[in-house]
Design a protein around this ligand. Structure first.
Ligand SMILES: Nc1ncnc2c1ncn2[C@@H]1O[C@H](COP(=O)(O)OP(=O)(O)OP(=O)(O)O)[C@@H](O)[C@H]1O
Length: 264
């Protein structure tokens, strides 16, 4: 399924937070939305998972206006792993993961055998099966994050929206999550602060700055030393990964410059 952010704008209290953002995620593509703090990434994603309605433009899924669809229909197609806490109730891991099936259930129908197996597989994939009976509030931040990814997977969406999914994850689980996304058939829009992970995982990168799109294309096209300087205020080297050839950013602690261009 394709996702199109069709020149969306978001204004809040008269301030333009996102301006005319045009961005396409083709079927089975992974697009990384990157940019400095406060550049509008989460706000743009919130329009896609319907926490927010854009004040201009439209979000389209296979051409259809998302905000014109019944919520239940869009919830079957799109699932989001967000920064907005959604595992604050003291359910068990198994129960939280099972809630991912909610958009597919009518009334109080219990999960079918197939759905329970789906939950088991998702928990195994995210390496949380051993935690199935634990209360979710007792988990570490990384364990909880993996449970939420498992819940997103059992929803069997066509489009997956992830806002900083590697938050709290150790290196092993960061790599596992992103390689799992690469193996999946999903269309993925993901925000990431780690540009090296983003370059490795994403087919395309879109760079936001002050609410506007300033670059988009393959990681090789987008991740340049000039962009790092101009958009992120960082003097860094960009080198090809010795094994994969994707661009990787190298920096030292003196790399960040102040807005005026002098060392911070
Ligand atoms: N409801 C709101 N009211 C006022 N300002 C808001 C609101 N929501 C977002 N903003 C502002 O809009 C800007 C963009 O916020 P957003 O969370 O989209 O940025 P971001 O790129 O995801 O940032 P980060 O990398 O820090 O997570 C910020 O300056 C933020 O303070």
């Amino acid at each position: 399924m394709s996702l199109l952010l069709d020149e969306i704008s978001v204004s809040i209290d008269g301030a333009a937070i996102v301006r005319d953002l045009k961005l396409t995620v083709e079927p089975r593509q992974i697009v990384g939305l990157v940019g400095p703090n406060g550049s509008g990434k989460t706000t743009a994603l919130r329009c896609v998972y319907r926490a927010l309605r854009p004040t201009g433009g439209a979000v389209r899924i296979d051409g259809q206006d998302l905000h014109g669809m019944p919520l239940r229909d869009s919830a079957r197609l799109i699932t989001a792993l967000t920064q907005e806490g959604s595992a604050d109730l003291d359910f068990t891991v198994e129960e939280i993961v099972g809630l991912g099936r909610a958009p597919h259930l009518r009334g109080n129908r219990p999960l079918s055998a197939r759905e329970r197996e789906l939950c088991r597989q998702a928990m195994a994939r995210m390496e949380v099966l051993h935690l199935a009976g634990r209360g979710v509030l007792s988990l570490s931040g990384g364990e909880r994050q993996r449970v939420l990814v498992a819940r997103a997977l059992v929803q069997e969406p066509q489009v997956l929206i992830l806002d900083e999914p590697t938050n709290h994850l150790d290196l092993h689980h960061q790599i596992r999550l992103l390689s799992m996304l690469r193996e999946s058939e999903l269309s993925v829009l993901v925000t990431l602060h780690d540009l090296n992970l983003a370059a490795s995982a994403c087919d395309r990168l879109a760079v936001l700055s002050q609410g506007g799109l300033v670059a988009s294309g393959s990681p090789r096209e987008v991740l340049t030393e000039a962009l790092l300087r101009d958009v992120f205020g960082v003097e860094a080297r960009v080198v090809p990964h010795p094994l994969t050839g994707v661009p990787q950013v190298l920096y030292d602690l003196g790399s960040a410059t102040s807005r005026e261009g002098t060392p911070a």
